[in-house]
Design a protein around this ligand. Structure first.
Ligand SMILES: [Zn+2]
Length: 235
């Protein structure tokens, strides 16, 4: 059974989490609801008091996540819909045709297909190819970094919901295919970040000074990229 508590006009779901030992987690959902992630067997009255004491902050956060969900709505791919591509919003236009293909013309993504039902699948198949090109371009852009010659073995990309990129100590780099949806300067940032890890494997001061040296505004780009987290949970 779902447990809920009410405080003023807020209805808040309570989820007991056996792995939680002490603190209560506040999970703000894009639909504007709050879930309390609590250790087992916390009294309702304790939770209510906790919510009441943090009410101002809670309302502010709820408003923020709702606004964010409006700016970056979850992706729904269909004829006439919009999809993100390298920071732009393309209109998806179904063009009736026997042969299936996807063709970008400026701000319009023409999806040629016998039936509008195929539009979503074709767009989802189109993204990875574009992602390969975007990553190849950025890897090429940074090819002059002196440590790459000996430490960089390969790169590839795949969809993940967890992180924008990762790399292994033996020189293999993995990028998140979802990055094809964000502005190119943010792709550039992620690629540099992973390539810098091939020289410094942690997030210590040496790593950040390396980032500064090659991309003085990397922090601003990282902040910008945070605004796109929602994309990780779309199609
Ligand atoms: Zn890192």
């Amino acid at each position: 059974m779902k447990r809920e508590i009410r405080v003023e006009d807020l209805v808040i779901e309570v989820r007991e989490n056996l792995r939680r030992k002490r603190n209560v987690g506040f999970l703000f959902q894009p639909n504007g609801r709050l879930i309390l992630d609590t250790p087992p067997r916390v009294e309702r009255s304790v939770l209510k008091t906790m919510v009441r004491e943090n009410l101002g902050w809670i309302r502010l956060r709820l408003r923020k996540v709702r606004e964010e969900a409006r700016v970056h709505p979850p992706l729904r791919i269909h004829n006439g819909g919009h999809i993100p591509y390298l920071g732009e919003n393309l209109v998806v236009l179904w063009v009736k045709s026997e042969k299936s293909r996807v063709h970008r013309a400026g701000k319009v993504l023409e999806v040629h297909a016998p039936n509008a039902r195929h539009v979503r699948r074709l767009v989802l198949e189109w993204y990875p190819g574009r992602a390969s090109r975007a990553f190849a371009k950025q890897v090429e852009r940074w090819a002059g970094l002196p440590w790459l010659r000996t430490r960089f073995k390969s790169w590839r990309h795949q969809y993940t919901r967890a992180q924008w990129g990762s790399c292994s100590e033996d020189g293999h780099v993995l990028f998140n295919t979802h990055l094809v949806k964000v502005p190119e300067r943010l792709v550039e940032y992620v690629v540099l970040h992973e390539l810098c890890h091939l020289k410094v494997h942690n997030h210590g001061p040496k790593f950040y000074s390396l980032m500064h040296e090659h991309m003085p505004d990397w922090e601003e780009r990282r902040r910008e990229l945070n605004d796109y987290q929602q994309i990780l949970f779309g199609d």
